[in-house]
Design a protein around this ligand. Structure first.
Ligand code: ZN
Length: 367
């Protein structure tokens, strides 16, 4: 799922306060990107492919790991891209040209967002390969895919109205935002292999350990291989933009900012020389610097929100403080969730109190 976009450096640039810190990271491949439909080796047996996304965030990185799984020589695919014709055409050329005539023997999705999961059914059916995921991500995917969540369209509008959304043009557009997930993920494998935190997964010549993370999605799986010092971080550690952390209608009392910050601290035990393979942006080193940057980024956001809440403020009041530009409906959805997430982080820390006013709107103010 796209990450939060902020004003500043152009459409796909992401968060301006963080961008200025980008130079403190090391990008071992420089500006080199894999050609469309081609793979690029980034570590022994680990290959990078890129797929387009029809959002301001215009690409996702996927990874191919050379594998021998259940007596089949082939490849483990990490994440799949959305289920678009364009992405599938690129997959078709990767399959024809880049897999050395071998099959995909396993698909592992870091989390359930459509840009990661979209083609899981298409790939696993084509190759008779299993899908590996955490329970939290697989189950949430099935719920969203089936349309049972009840948090599309009207459900979103009710959630946002309770947090101060007034503009009828926005609520009309949000109400139309139905079947968003199932359009990008038209089907899901009906069974899966569960993976869990700290589990070791042998892939080809190397072992990868699952490191789960929270706040961005229900039970995100990152993978770390100590033998080659590579972290497939998924959306939990991105070099340029900050990962979206939202309070969604299905879990309106969530505290995802805190969950996210606690989760990225779990990477602090890894060597700083680790090559980080993020789902968006370029592979980088210096994860400790990046973790500190992300903490600083959220601390600054939280300070702004706390200051605003000297007078009672709703999430709708916070959105223009955190996102100082015109937002389309897609961006508003994430901006609103993120604004509420920052209010909740302060509320859970006991720095804000929450009250539901006579107009039905939740407002927060400093204690
Ligand atoms: Zn995501």
């Amino acid at each position: 799922m796209p990450e939060t976009q902020r004003p500043g450096r152009g459409a796909a640039a992401g968060l301006s306060p963080v961008n200025t810190l980008e130079s403190r990271l090391d990008y071992p491949f420089g500006e080199t990107l894999p050609e469309p439909g081609r793979k690029l080796e980034v570590a022994p047996g680990v290959y990078w492919i890129r797929k387009p996304l029809p959002f301001a965030l215009n690409h996702i990185n996927l990874w191919l790991l050379r594998d021998r799984f259940q007596d089949r020589e082939g490849w483990t695919a990490i994440d799949c891209g959305i289920a678009s014709d364009e992405t599938r055409a690129l997959w078709t050329s990767v399959i024809a040209e880049e897999l050395e005539g071998l099959p995909i023997v396993r698909v592992l999705c870091t989390h359930t967002h459509p840009d990661h999961l979209g083609n899981a059914a298409w790939l696993t059916e084509r190759f008779d390969a299993p899908l590996w995921m955490t329970l939290g991500e697989y189950a949430m995917g099935r719920i969203l895919q089936s349309g049972l969540a009840g948090t599309d369209g009207p459900g979103i509008v009710a959630h946002f109205v309770a947090h101060g959304l007034r503009d009828p043009s926005h609520s009309d557009k949000l109400r139309e935002r139905t079947n968003y997930f199932s359009r990008l993920v038209p089907s899901m494998p009906l069974s899966y292999r569960r993976i869990a935190d700290q589990e070791w997964i042998p892939v080809g010549a190397y072992r990868w350990q699952v490191i789960t993370g929270f706040g961005h999605s229900p039970e995100h799986a990152s993978l770390y291989s100590p033998e080659i010092q590579v972290l497939i971080s998924g959306d939990m550690l991105l070099p340029r933009i900050s990962t979206n952390v939202s309070v969604h209608a299905m879990e309106p009392e969530a505290n995802p900012v805190q969950q996210f910050l606690d989760s990225i601290d779990r990477f602090r035990g890894l060597p700083d020389t680790t090559l980080v393979l993020p789902s968006h942006g370029r592979p980088f080193r210096h994860l400790l610097e990046r973790i500190t940057q992300l903490h600083d980024h959220h601390a600054a956001r939280l300070d702004e929100v706390l200051e605003l809440c000297r007078s009672p403020s709703s999430a709708a009041d916070v959105v223009p403080i955190m996102f100082r530009r015109e937002l389309d409906t897609h961006q508003l959805f994430f901006a609103f969730g993120e604004a509420l997430a920052h209010l909740h982080a302060l509320w859970f820390r006991g720095l804000l109190e929450r009250r539901r006013d006579g107009d039905g709107v939740f407002r927060f103010r400093t204690v």
